[in-house]
Ligand binder design. Structure first.
Ligand code: AP5
Length: 221
């Protein structure tokens, strides 16, 4: 699978490892990694109007409304670096978002693929409640599964590690409920279109990465 014409959507519940895998896959396939969660957190950090509106939903574990998110993704996909290919992490998250994305890709006449990462619920809670993220570079760690060399300090850039506000246990449960109601129906949506591959998301990050690459490179274009 080459970078040109690469349109990949990563699906899976919160904490399935989408961000971790997207970073590895984007490097491997030389395409930009577009995370709508990262875009929104960046907007919150810089105090923009979009960030202010998104925060009301994110802090409660709810989805930001589809119309806002479709605007965000249209804007991002129109940028030049996404023209040869793109890897989407966290978008789409609802049927209206998937339908909107289908229209955007149809206009480009490029086929897309979707990969879902399957991880059991108890593992999800364990991963999210221990996650730490670097404020400066966005690198991800886990207090026990992949700890930094020095507690609270990013191995990559020396930045401060923090716990996301939406990684509190009560909010994690709300995010999982929203996932089952709004996002899980996308599995049937993409299965019907015969573009979905399911991958076991348990095991080490490298093991999961190898499974995803095998699915993508072993599959016909
Ligand atoms: P977003 O940032 O997209 O959060 P999410 O989908 O809930 O996903 P996470 O980032 O929590 O998990 P992940 O699957 O990326 O796992 P990760 O690799 O980090 O969205 C946040 C919020 O923004 C949403 O709740 C919503 O409000 C809003 N939003 C965003 N997009 C939207 C949209 N399209 N529409 C509407 N609203 C939207 O891994 C998790 C942890 O596990 C880490 O600590 C990691 O180190 C560890 N880990 C990863 N892989 C492994 C492994 N194989 N083994 C052991 N540990 C692992």
């Amino acid at each position: 699978m080459s970078a040109t014409g690469f349109r990949l959507v990563l699906l899976g519940p919160p904490g399935a490892g989408k961000g971790t895998q997207a970073a590895l896959l984007a490097k491997h396939f030389a395409v930009p990694h577009v995370s709508t969660g990262e875009i929104l957190r960046h907007e919150i950090g810089r105090g923009s109007d979009l960030g202010g509106r998104a925060r009301q939903y994110i802090d409660k574990g709810e989805l930001v409304p589809d119309q806002i998110m479709l605007g965000v993704i249209r804007e991002r996909l129109s940028q030049g670096d996404c023209a040869p290919g793109v890897l989407l992490d966290g978008f789409p998250r609802s049927i209206p978002q998937a339908a909107g994305l289908e229209e955007i890709f149809a206009a480009e006449h490029v086929p897309m693929r979707a990969v879902s990462l399957d991880v059991p619920a108890d593992e999800i809670v364990r991963r999210l409640s221990g996650r730490r993220t670097c404020r400066a570079c966005g690198a991800m760690f886990h207090v026990t599964l992949s700890p930094p060399a020095k507690a609270g300090v990013c191995d990559r850039c020396g930045g401060e590690l923090y716990q996301r506000d939406d990684d509190r246990e009560d909010i994690i449960q709300a995010r999982l409920d929203v996932y089952h109601k709004e996002t899980e129906p996308l599995m049937a949506f993409y299965r019907e279109r015969r573009v979905l591959r399911s991958v076991d998301g348990t095991g080490s990050s490298r093991e999961v990465f190898r499974r995803v690459v095998e699915e993508l490179e072993g599959a016909p274009a």
